[in-house]
Design a protein around this ligand. Structure first.
Ligand code: MV4
Length: 449
């Protein structure tokens, strides 16, 4: 591997360019017309425009991306997160072109994308899954029959979905029948497949995920778990590691079970195993995210591992996974700073960035793509920066994060900075005793939900 193309934009494109450079690899950026002034274009060794501003015609434009790889003679493609990252067809086309797709095989992506099949694999590995339909439910008669075998509340999920889209909580048969048609249509639009399944709904779990790493020599490792319950409409805004509010026994079992799951999938590269942890600390697998995730830095900060660099080494065929991954120190918190207005229904905000002050130093890390004068456009996600803070204890880390947030001062766009400050000061957050209802409850109490 000499040259890698990064099929992405924003902070993750920069993160990948940096890791590639540390390994002596050359880099190729691709960009849409509206992104010509982006830093990833400037910092990569080469850059190719792949289409207009619409993602479907640029960062999701498979022939244009493969074309850029061909022209530049790139021997690998890193898909980042979002966009093409979990698309089995894209991975397969790369494989067919002799391009090293940096991620798991197209076969594994296909398994991980099939949520029912995934649950079956996990159950077979002896890890708990939520009770529910073991096949897709295709019509209302079948739905009624299957629902009869379980207790309400239940949740309808898209069989080929994930990340929360097309999900619907149903509390009785009437809601079930009503929800089925619209959820299935939504899934059809979002994922091209309307197939749905049903499972028992947990109302106040924590969302905890384990970062696994597997090389191509059958070695599996992990860098611990992350707590990701602070989310709104399935977009996380705060993540931390290690997860607070769970016992060390649960922590140990979650980590071990994540490895069992990775093995059962024959997984390679970086991946994240998502669990829901209920109030009694019983936990259940929900999905396998077959990509590098936005929140990976908190795991890097508590282990000292450079995950993207190791992912690249694994893609080069290095045998690398050893116990060194399980060497933990301190605590880390990530705040996603978005260009959006929490006071105005989280409306995305555009404009020209004016940087007044950026925090840094003493365990404070800022992963960002913005520079003074760059325009934030409404065509892609609203993530401006990830503020990642490392401290010795959780309490110390919260205090440092608050200080760092106060030093994050930009103009030109609205941001969610003060929401972060408010959340970090909440009692539930302070005690670590919070669940997926935390953010919505906070917003509701404030009357802005
Ligand atoms: C659930 C659930 C409760 N019960 N499944 C959301 C993202 C996707 N990866 C799985 N998700 C969930 N699945 C069952 N059976 C709760 C979530 C969930 C969630 C639900 C509503 C509002 C916020 C949430 C945040 C995280 C997880």
């Amino acid at each position: 591997m000499d040259k890698i193309l990064i099929a992405n934009r924003g902070e993750i494109a920069l993160r990948i360019i940096e890791a590639a450079r540390e390994l002596g690899l050359s880099t190729v950026a691709v960009y849409s017309e509206v992104d010509k002034n982006q830093l990833h274009v400037e910092l990569a060794d080469e850059a190719y425009c792949i289409g207009p501003r619409e993602a479907e015609e640029s960062y999701l434009n498979l022939p244009a991306i493969i074309g850029a790889a061909d022209i530049s003679n790139a021997d690998a493609i890193h898909p980042g997160y979002g966009f093409m990252s979990e698309n089995p067809h894209f991975a397969e086309v790369c494989e067919g072109h002799g391009i090293n797709f940096i991620g798991p095989s197209s076969r594994t992506l296909e398994l991980a994308g099939n949520k029912i099949k995934s649950k079956e694999i996990v159950r077979g590995a002896g890890v708990p899954v939520l009770p529910g339909s073991q096949e897709t439910v295709d019509d209302k008669d079948e739905l009624k029959k299957v629902a009869g075998e379980f207790r309400y509340p239940l949740i309808l999920k898209a069989a080929y979905g994930g990340g929360g889209r097309g999900m619907r909580i149903v509390r009785d048969e009437e809601e079930l029948m009503e929800g089925f048609t619209s959820s299935s249509k939504e899934a059809e639009v979002s994922f091209g497949e309307g197939a749905m399944y049903l499972e028992r709904y947990l109302s106040q779990p924590k969302h905890v995920e384990v970062q696994v790493i597997a090389d191509e020599h059958g070695n599996y490792g992990h860098v611990g778990e992350r707590e990701c319950s602070t989310q709104r409409r399935h977009q996380k805004i705060i993540e931390e590691a290690p997860a607070p509010g769970i016992s060390d026994e649960t922590r140990k079992r979650l980590r071990e079970d994540a490895i069992k799951i990775a093995r059962a999938f024959g997984y390679t590269s970086l991946g994240t195993v998502e669990f829901l942890v209920d109030e009694d600390e019983s936990y259940y697998f929900i999905e396998l995210n077959a990509r590098i995730q936005v929140e990976h830095p908190v795991s890097e900060e508590i282990t000292g591992v450079n995950l993207v660099k190791d992912q690249l080494k694994i893609a080069e065929g290095e045998e690398l996974v050893r116990d060194r991954y399980e060497d933990f120190r301190g605590h880390a918190i990530e705040c996603r700073i978005n260009a959006e207005d929490p006071e105005n229904d989280f409306l995305p905000s555009s404009g020209e960035i004016k940087i007044h002050q950026f925090p840094g130093g003493n365990g404070v890390r800022l992963d960002t793509w913005v520079y003074n004068g760059i325009r934030v456009s409404p065509y892609y996600d609203s993530l401006l920066a990830k503020l990642i803070v490392r401290g010795e204890t959780r309490y110390d880390t919260i205090t440092k994060t608050i200080s760092a947030l106060r030093r994050f001062e930009i103009g030109g766009v609205r941001t969610n900075r003060s929401l972060h400050l408010d959340l970090l000061r909440q009692k539930e957050f302070r005690t670590g005793d919070y669940s997926i209802t935390f953010l919505d409850q906070f917003l509701e109490e404030r009357g802005v939900a």
